[in-house]
Write a protein that binds this ligand. Structure first.
Ligand code: MN
Ligand code: MN
Length: 415
Protein backbone atom coordinates (compact mmCIF):
# COMPACT_ATOMS: atom_id res chain seq x y z
CA UNK A 1 0.00 0.00 0.00
CA UNK A 2 2.43 2.61 -1.12
CA UNK A 3 1.59 3.62 -4.64
CA UNK A 4 -2.17 3.49 -4.81
CA UNK A 5 -3.46 6.87 -3.82
CA UNK A 6 -6.56 7.34 -1.69
CA UNK A 7 -8.00 9.45 -4.49
CA UNK A 8 -7.66 6.64 -7.04
CA UNK A 9 -9.20 4.14 -4.64
CA UNK A 10 -12.17 6.40 -4.03
CA UNK A 11 -12.53 7.03 -7.76
CA UNK A 12 -12.49 3.29 -8.41
CA UNK A 13 -15.16 2.79 -5.79
CA UNK A 14 -17.28 5.55 -7.23
CA UNK A 15 -17.46 3.92 -10.65
CA UNK A 16 -17.84 0.45 -9.21
CA UNK A 17 -14.65 -0.73 -10.96
CA UNK A 18 -13.23 -2.52 -7.97
CA UNK A 19 -10.39 -4.93 -8.24
CA UNK A 20 -9.26 -7.21 -5.49
CA UNK A 21 -6.05 -5.20 -5.28
CA UNK A 22 -7.95 -1.93 -4.73
CA UNK A 23 -10.28 -3.54 -2.23
CA UNK A 24 -7.38 -4.92 -0.27
CA UNK A 25 -5.58 -1.60 -0.43
CA UNK A 26 -8.66 0.23 0.81
CA UNK A 27 -8.72 -2.03 3.82
CA UNK A 28 -5.22 -0.96 4.64
CA UNK A 29 -5.62 2.70 3.82
CA UNK A 30 -9.10 4.16 4.27
CA UNK A 31 -10.07 1.70 6.95
CA UNK A 32 -7.30 0.07 8.97
CA UNK A 33 -9.66 -2.06 11.09
CA UNK A 34 -10.36 -5.65 10.13
CA UNK A 35 -12.52 -6.92 8.67
CA UNK A 36 -12.53 -4.06 6.16
CA UNK A 37 -15.74 -2.03 6.05
CA UNK A 38 -17.42 0.14 3.45
CA UNK A 39 -18.84 -0.34 -0.01
CA UNK A 40 -15.36 -0.38 -1.49
CA UNK A 41 -14.66 -3.63 0.37
CA UNK A 42 -17.91 -5.26 -0.70
CA UNK A 43 -19.21 -6.83 -3.90
CA UNK A 44 -22.00 -5.60 -6.17
CA UNK A 45 -24.22 -8.51 -5.10
CA UNK A 46 -23.62 -7.93 -1.41
CA UNK A 47 -24.45 -4.24 -1.82
CA UNK A 48 -27.97 -4.98 -3.03
CA UNK A 49 -30.81 -4.21 -0.60
CA UNK A 50 -33.69 -6.42 -1.76
CA UNK A 51 -35.78 -6.14 1.42
CA UNK A 52 -38.69 -3.78 2.19
CA UNK A 53 -38.08 -0.08 1.59
CA UNK A 54 -39.68 3.21 2.56
CA UNK A 55 -38.72 5.13 -0.58
CA UNK A 56 -39.50 8.59 0.83
CA UNK A 57 -37.23 8.12 3.83
CA UNK A 58 -34.55 6.27 1.89
CA UNK A 59 -34.57 8.97 -0.77
CA UNK A 60 -34.00 11.65 1.86
CA UNK A 61 -31.18 9.79 3.58
CA UNK A 62 -28.98 8.48 0.75
CA UNK A 63 -25.87 8.42 2.94
CA UNK A 64 -27.54 5.96 5.31
CA UNK A 65 -28.51 3.73 2.37
CA UNK A 66 -25.13 4.00 0.64
CA UNK A 67 -22.52 5.23 3.13
CA UNK A 68 -19.42 6.88 1.68
CA UNK A 69 -16.54 4.37 1.42
CA UNK A 70 -14.68 6.17 4.22
CA UNK A 71 -17.50 5.67 6.76
CA UNK A 72 -16.69 3.07 9.40
CA UNK A 73 -18.20 1.69 12.61
CA UNK A 74 -21.27 3.14 14.26
CA UNK A 75 -22.41 5.71 16.80
CA UNK A 76 -25.64 6.84 18.46
CA UNK A 77 -28.07 8.27 15.90
CA UNK A 78 -27.34 11.97 15.42
CA UNK A 79 -30.07 12.68 12.86
CA UNK A 80 -33.65 13.62 13.64
CA UNK A 81 -36.24 15.98 12.23
CA UNK A 82 -39.27 18.05 13.09
CA UNK A 83 -40.69 16.44 9.94
CA UNK A 84 -41.09 13.13 11.84
CA UNK A 85 -42.58 14.72 14.99
CA UNK A 86 -46.37 14.81 15.52
CA UNK A 87 -48.02 18.22 15.83
CA UNK A 88 -50.18 19.28 18.77
CA UNK A 89 -52.75 21.56 17.13
CA UNK A 90 -55.10 24.06 18.79
CA UNK A 91 -56.91 27.23 17.75
CA UNK A 92 -54.29 29.88 16.96
CA UNK A 93 -51.40 27.55 16.14
CA UNK A 94 -49.51 24.35 16.76
CA UNK A 95 -46.23 22.96 18.06
CA UNK A 96 -44.15 19.83 17.64
CA UNK A 97 -41.06 18.82 19.56
CA UNK A 98 -37.93 16.71 19.33
CA UNK A 99 -36.53 16.33 22.82
CA UNK A 100 -34.40 13.63 24.47
CA UNK A 101 -37.38 11.27 24.65
CA UNK A 102 -37.52 11.19 20.86
CA UNK A 103 -33.82 11.83 20.21
CA UNK A 104 -31.80 10.28 23.07
CA UNK A 105 -28.40 11.72 22.05
CA UNK A 106 -29.77 15.25 22.57
CA UNK A 107 -29.20 15.56 26.32
CA UNK A 108 -28.37 19.28 26.35
CA UNK A 109 -31.06 20.74 24.06
CA UNK A 110 -34.77 20.09 23.51
CA UNK A 111 -36.13 21.48 20.23
CA UNK A 112 -39.63 22.82 19.60
CA UNK A 113 -41.08 24.08 16.31
CA UNK A 114 -44.10 26.39 16.77
CA UNK A 115 -46.51 28.27 14.54
CA UNK A 116 -48.84 31.08 15.70
CA UNK A 117 -51.25 32.67 13.24
CA UNK A 118 -52.07 36.40 13.29
CA UNK A 119 -53.38 37.01 16.81
CA UNK A 120 -52.54 33.45 17.93
CA UNK A 121 -51.27 33.42 21.53
CA UNK A 122 -48.86 31.10 23.29
CA UNK A 123 -50.22 31.46 26.79
CA UNK A 124 -48.42 33.30 29.60
CA UNK A 125 -46.15 30.70 31.21
CA UNK A 126 -42.73 29.93 32.59
CA UNK A 127 -40.45 26.91 32.97
CA UNK A 128 -37.31 25.59 34.64
CA UNK A 129 -35.20 25.88 31.50
CA UNK A 130 -33.97 28.88 29.60
CA UNK A 131 -35.67 29.34 26.22
CA UNK A 132 -33.70 30.37 23.13
CA UNK A 133 -35.45 30.86 19.79
CA UNK A 134 -34.83 31.67 16.14
CA UNK A 135 -37.55 33.13 13.93
CA UNK A 136 -37.98 31.31 10.62
CA UNK A 137 -41.06 33.07 9.25
CA UNK A 138 -43.32 36.06 9.79
CA UNK A 139 -43.69 38.31 12.81
CA UNK A 140 -44.16 37.61 16.53
CA UNK A 141 -44.47 39.84 19.61
CA UNK A 142 -42.60 38.58 22.69
CA UNK A 143 -43.19 39.70 26.27
CA UNK A 144 -41.10 38.79 29.32
CA UNK A 145 -40.51 39.95 32.89
CA UNK A 146 -36.90 39.33 33.85
CA UNK A 147 -35.69 37.92 37.15
CA UNK A 148 -35.11 41.43 38.56
CA UNK A 149 -38.58 42.63 37.66
CA UNK A 150 -37.73 44.47 34.42
CA UNK A 151 -40.55 44.21 31.85
CA UNK A 152 -39.78 43.81 28.15
CA UNK A 153 -41.90 43.75 24.98
CA UNK A 154 -40.48 43.52 21.47
CA UNK A 155 -41.42 42.41 17.95
CA UNK A 156 -39.29 39.86 16.06
CA UNK A 157 -39.08 38.79 12.42
CA UNK A 158 -37.29 36.12 10.36
CA UNK A 159 -33.64 35.80 11.37
CA UNK A 160 -34.12 37.31 14.86
CA UNK A 161 -33.41 35.48 18.14
CA UNK A 162 -34.88 35.72 21.61
CA UNK A 163 -33.68 34.37 24.94
CA UNK A 164 -35.66 34.07 28.18
CA UNK A 165 -33.77 32.96 31.31
CA UNK A 166 -35.12 29.99 33.24
CA UNK A 167 -38.02 31.04 35.45
CA UNK A 168 -38.71 34.30 33.58
CA UNK A 169 -42.47 34.51 32.81
CA UNK A 170 -43.28 35.18 29.17
CA UNK A 171 -45.78 34.94 26.33
CA UNK A 172 -45.77 35.02 22.52
CA UNK A 173 -48.28 36.30 20.00
CA UNK A 174 -48.50 36.19 16.21
CA UNK A 175 -48.65 39.56 14.43
CA UNK A 176 -49.99 40.56 11.04
CA UNK A 177 -50.21 39.80 8.25
CA UNK A 178 -49.77 36.05 8.77
CA UNK A 179 -48.41 35.39 12.25
CA UNK A 180 -45.06 33.63 12.48
CA UNK A 181 -43.11 30.42 12.93
CA UNK A 182 -40.02 29.75 15.00
CA UNK A 183 -37.84 27.10 16.59
CA UNK A 184 -37.23 27.04 20.35
CA UNK A 185 -34.28 25.43 22.05
CA UNK A 186 -34.59 24.66 25.76
CA UNK A 187 -31.23 24.28 27.49
CA UNK A 188 -32.02 20.77 28.78
CA UNK A 189 -32.73 17.79 26.54
CA UNK A 190 -35.43 16.33 28.80
CA UNK A 191 -37.45 19.57 28.74
CA UNK A 192 -40.58 19.89 26.64
CA UNK A 193 -43.21 22.25 25.35
CA UNK A 194 -46.05 20.25 26.95
CA UNK A 195 -44.90 20.53 30.55
CA UNK A 196 -44.55 24.25 31.16
CA UNK A 197 -46.06 26.11 34.12
CA UNK A 198 -49.13 27.94 32.81
CA UNK A 199 -51.04 30.90 34.19
CA UNK A 200 -54.46 29.38 33.43
CA UNK A 201 -53.58 26.11 35.18
CA UNK A 202 -52.39 27.85 38.33
CA UNK A 203 -55.37 30.17 38.69
CA UNK A 204 -57.87 27.36 38.00
CA UNK A 205 -56.28 25.33 40.79
CA UNK A 206 -56.11 28.09 43.40
CA UNK A 207 -59.14 28.70 45.71
CA UNK A 208 -61.06 31.86 44.67
CA UNK A 209 -60.69 33.37 48.16
CA UNK A 210 -56.94 32.98 47.90
CA UNK A 211 -56.96 34.71 44.52
CA UNK A 212 -59.06 37.49 46.07
CA UNK A 213 -56.63 37.94 48.94
CA UNK A 214 -53.58 37.74 46.69
CA UNK A 215 -54.75 40.41 44.26
CA UNK A 216 -56.66 42.52 46.81
CA UNK A 217 -59.96 42.41 44.94
CA UNK A 218 -63.29 40.54 45.14
CA UNK A 219 -63.31 36.83 44.28
CA UNK A 220 -66.07 37.63 41.79
CA UNK A 221 -63.43 39.10 39.48
CA UNK A 222 -62.24 35.56 38.75
CA UNK A 223 -65.62 33.94 38.11
CA UNK A 224 -64.97 33.54 34.36
CA UNK A 225 -61.36 32.31 34.34
CA UNK A 226 -60.76 29.27 32.11
CA UNK A 227 -60.88 25.99 33.99
CA UNK A 228 -58.68 24.21 31.46
CA UNK A 229 -55.24 25.33 30.33
CA UNK A 230 -55.14 27.47 27.20
CA UNK A 231 -51.58 26.74 25.98
CA UNK A 232 -52.17 28.05 22.43
CA UNK A 233 -55.39 29.88 21.59
CA UNK A 234 -56.73 32.39 19.11
CA UNK A 235 -56.56 36.05 20.15
CA UNK A 236 -56.81 39.38 18.37
CA UNK A 237 -53.82 40.92 16.62
CA UNK A 238 -52.26 43.27 19.19
CA UNK A 239 -51.99 47.03 18.69
CA UNK A 240 -48.84 49.10 18.16
CA UNK A 241 -45.65 47.90 19.87
CA UNK A 242 -45.08 51.30 21.51
CA UNK A 243 -48.45 51.09 23.27
CA UNK A 244 -47.63 47.67 24.75
CA UNK A 245 -44.17 48.87 25.79
CA UNK A 246 -45.73 51.85 27.56
CA UNK A 247 -48.39 49.69 29.22
CA UNK A 248 -45.86 47.36 30.88
CA UNK A 249 -43.47 50.05 32.21
CA UNK A 250 -42.22 49.49 35.76
CA UNK A 251 -40.65 51.59 38.51
CA UNK A 252 -37.82 49.07 38.27
CA UNK A 253 -36.97 50.57 34.90
CA UNK A 254 -36.16 48.79 31.66
CA UNK A 255 -34.16 45.60 31.33
CA UNK A 256 -30.43 46.43 31.04
CA UNK A 257 -29.98 44.24 27.94
CA UNK A 258 -32.43 43.30 25.19
CA UNK A 259 -33.96 39.82 25.17
CA UNK A 260 -34.01 39.95 21.37
CA UNK A 261 -31.03 39.83 18.97
CA UNK A 262 -31.07 40.56 15.22
CA UNK A 263 -28.70 37.73 14.26
CA UNK A 264 -29.22 37.75 10.50
CA UNK A 265 -28.44 41.48 10.35
CA UNK A 266 -25.10 41.39 12.18
CA UNK A 267 -21.72 41.62 10.45
CA UNK A 268 -20.45 38.04 9.95
CA UNK A 269 -17.70 36.86 12.27
CA UNK A 270 -16.26 34.89 9.37
CA UNK A 271 -16.86 35.33 5.64
CA UNK A 272 -15.28 33.76 2.57
CA UNK A 273 -16.33 33.53 -1.06
CA UNK A 274 -18.04 30.26 -0.04
CA UNK A 275 -20.20 31.49 2.81
CA UNK A 276 -20.30 33.05 6.25
CA UNK A 277 -20.79 32.47 9.98
CA UNK A 278 -22.68 34.84 12.31
CA UNK A 279 -22.28 34.15 16.03
CA UNK A 280 -24.52 35.22 18.94
CA UNK A 281 -23.38 34.35 22.46
CA UNK A 282 -23.15 36.14 25.79
CA UNK A 283 -20.41 38.45 24.45
CA UNK A 284 -22.80 40.22 22.07
CA UNK A 285 -26.27 38.83 22.97
CA UNK A 286 -25.69 39.62 26.63
CA UNK A 287 -28.72 37.94 28.15
CA UNK A 288 -27.99 34.61 26.42
CA UNK A 289 -25.86 33.20 29.21
CA UNK A 290 -26.62 29.50 28.61
CA UNK A 291 -26.94 29.30 24.81
CA UNK A 292 -24.41 30.20 22.11
CA UNK A 293 -25.49 30.06 18.48
CA UNK A 294 -23.99 30.36 15.01
CA UNK A 295 -25.94 30.96 11.80
CA UNK A 296 -23.99 29.26 9.01
CA UNK A 297 -24.43 29.90 5.28
CA UNK A 298 -22.62 27.55 2.85
CA UNK A 299 -22.82 28.19 -0.89
CA UNK A 300 -23.35 25.38 -3.45
CA UNK A 301 -20.23 23.25 -3.82
CA UNK A 302 -18.71 24.61 -0.61
CA UNK A 303 -18.40 23.16 2.88
CA UNK A 304 -18.23 24.04 6.54
CA UNK A 305 -14.64 23.06 7.27
CA UNK A 306 -13.46 20.12 9.43
CA UNK A 307 -13.66 21.24 13.06
CA UNK A 308 -14.91 20.43 16.56
CA UNK A 309 -16.21 22.28 19.59
CA UNK A 310 -14.29 21.85 22.88
CA UNK A 311 -16.89 23.22 25.29
CA UNK A 312 -20.33 21.86 24.35
CA UNK A 313 -22.40 19.46 22.25
CA UNK A 314 -23.72 21.00 19.01
CA UNK A 315 -27.47 20.94 18.24
CA UNK A 316 -28.11 21.77 14.59
CA UNK A 317 -31.27 23.02 12.96
CA UNK A 318 -31.35 23.02 9.15
CA UNK A 319 -33.24 25.97 7.66
CA UNK A 320 -32.54 26.02 3.90
CA UNK A 321 -30.89 23.89 1.22
CA UNK A 322 -29.41 20.39 1.40
CA UNK A 323 -26.37 19.21 3.32
CA UNK A 324 -24.42 16.17 4.37
CA UNK A 325 -22.44 15.85 7.59
CA UNK A 326 -19.90 13.25 8.62
CA UNK A 327 -19.14 12.85 12.34
CA UNK A 328 -15.82 11.32 13.44
CA UNK A 329 -15.19 9.60 16.77
CA UNK A 330 -12.63 7.27 18.31
CA UNK A 331 -12.74 3.63 17.28
CA UNK A 332 -12.39 4.81 14.59
CA UNK A 333 -15.98 5.64 13.73
CA UNK A 334 -17.17 7.90 10.92
CA UNK A 335 -20.87 8.15 10.04
CA UNK A 336 -22.50 10.35 7.42
CA UNK A 337 -26.08 11.68 7.42
CA UNK A 338 -28.07 13.91 5.07
CA UNK A 339 -30.03 16.99 6.13
CA UNK A 340 -32.85 19.06 4.66
CA UNK A 341 -34.94 21.94 6.01
CA UNK A 342 -36.59 21.02 9.31
CA UNK A 343 -34.00 18.35 10.11
CA UNK A 344 -31.91 18.28 13.29
CA UNK A 345 -28.33 17.14 13.81
CA UNK A 346 -26.42 16.57 17.04
CA UNK A 347 -22.65 16.34 17.47
CA UNK A 348 -21.20 15.38 20.83
CA UNK A 349 -18.60 17.71 22.33
CA UNK A 350 -15.16 17.34 20.71
CA UNK A 351 -16.23 14.98 17.92
CA UNK A 352 -14.83 16.03 14.54
CA UNK A 353 -17.30 16.99 11.82
CA UNK A 354 -17.83 18.85 8.55
CA UNK A 355 -20.93 19.79 6.58
CA UNK A 356 -21.02 19.84 2.77
CA UNK A 357 -23.60 21.67 0.69
CA UNK A 358 -24.97 18.88 -1.53
CA UNK A 359 -27.64 21.02 -3.20
CA UNK A 360 -27.84 23.74 -5.81
CA UNK A 361 -28.87 26.57 -3.45
CA UNK A 362 -27.41 28.06 -0.29
CA UNK A 363 -27.30 25.70 2.69
CA UNK A 364 -28.35 27.58 5.84
CA UNK A 365 -28.31 26.01 9.29
CA UNK A 366 -27.89 26.92 12.94
CA UNK A 367 -25.33 25.50 15.35
CA UNK A 368 -26.58 25.81 18.93
CA UNK A 369 -24.61 25.05 22.09
CA UNK A 370 -25.49 24.95 25.77
CA UNK A 371 -22.74 27.32 26.85
CA UNK A 372 -22.12 31.04 27.34
CA UNK A 373 -19.32 31.27 24.75
CA UNK A 374 -19.00 29.95 21.21
CA UNK A 375 -15.81 27.88 20.85
CA UNK A 376 -14.41 25.98 17.88
CA UNK A 377 -11.17 24.24 16.92
CA UNK A 378 -10.45 24.28 13.19
CA UNK A 379 -8.46 21.30 11.87
CA UNK A 380 -6.66 23.44 9.29
CA UNK A 381 -5.87 26.10 11.89
CA UNK A 382 -4.33 23.45 14.12
CA UNK A 383 -2.20 22.00 11.32
CA UNK A 384 -1.21 25.47 10.07
CA UNK A 385 0.15 26.28 13.51
CA UNK A 386 2.00 23.03 14.17
CA UNK A 387 5.69 22.65 13.18
CA UNK A 388 5.66 21.59 9.49
CA UNK A 389 8.17 18.79 10.14
CA UNK A 390 5.70 17.26 12.58
CA UNK A 391 2.93 17.33 9.98
CA UNK A 392 5.22 15.95 7.27
CA UNK A 393 6.43 13.12 9.51
CA UNK A 394 2.89 12.18 10.47
CA UNK A 395 1.04 12.45 7.19
CA UNK A 396 3.73 12.04 4.49
CA UNK A 397 2.70 15.34 2.97
CA UNK A 398 5.09 17.49 0.95
CA UNK A 399 6.23 20.44 3.14
CA UNK A 400 5.45 22.76 0.22
CA UNK A 401 1.80 21.69 0.45
CA UNK A 402 1.76 22.14 4.22
CA UNK A 403 2.65 25.79 3.69
CA UNK A 404 -0.59 26.20 1.72
CA UNK A 405 -2.90 25.14 4.59
CA UNK A 406 -5.24 28.02 5.51
CA UNK A 407 -3.89 29.84 8.56
CA UNK A 408 -6.95 31.76 9.71
CA UNK A 409 -9.69 29.15 10.43
CA UNK A 410 -11.79 30.29 7.45
CA UNK A 411 -14.96 28.51 8.60
CA UNK A 412 -16.36 27.89 5.12
CA UNK A 413 -14.17 26.55 2.30
CA UNK A 414 -12.94 27.12 -0.34
CA UNK A 415 -11.80 30.50 0.95
MN1 MN B 1 -41.64 29.24 26.97
MN1 MN C 1 -19.77 22.51 14.34
Amino acid sequence: MTNISRRSILAAGAVGGLTSVAAHAAGVFGNPDLPPQGAINSSPQALLDPGPQNPALAGNLPSFVNPPPTDVGGMPLFWSSFNIAPKRVQGGGWARQVNAEAFPISTTIAGVNMRLDAGGIRELHWHQQAEWAVMTYGNIRVTVLDNQGHPYVEDVKEGDLWYFPGGAPHSLQGLGPDGGEFVLAFDRGAAGEYNTLMLSDWLAHTPPDVLAKNFGMPADVFKNIPLQQRWIFQGKVPGPLAADQKAVMSANGAAPYPFVFRLSEMKPNKATKSGQIQIADSTNFRVSTTIAAALVTVKPGAMRELHWHPNADEWQYYIKGEGRMTVFNTGPAAVTADFRPGDIGYVLKNLGHYVENTGTTDLVFMEIFKTDRYEEVSLSDWLAHTPPDMIAATLNIDPAAIAQIPKNAPGVMPA
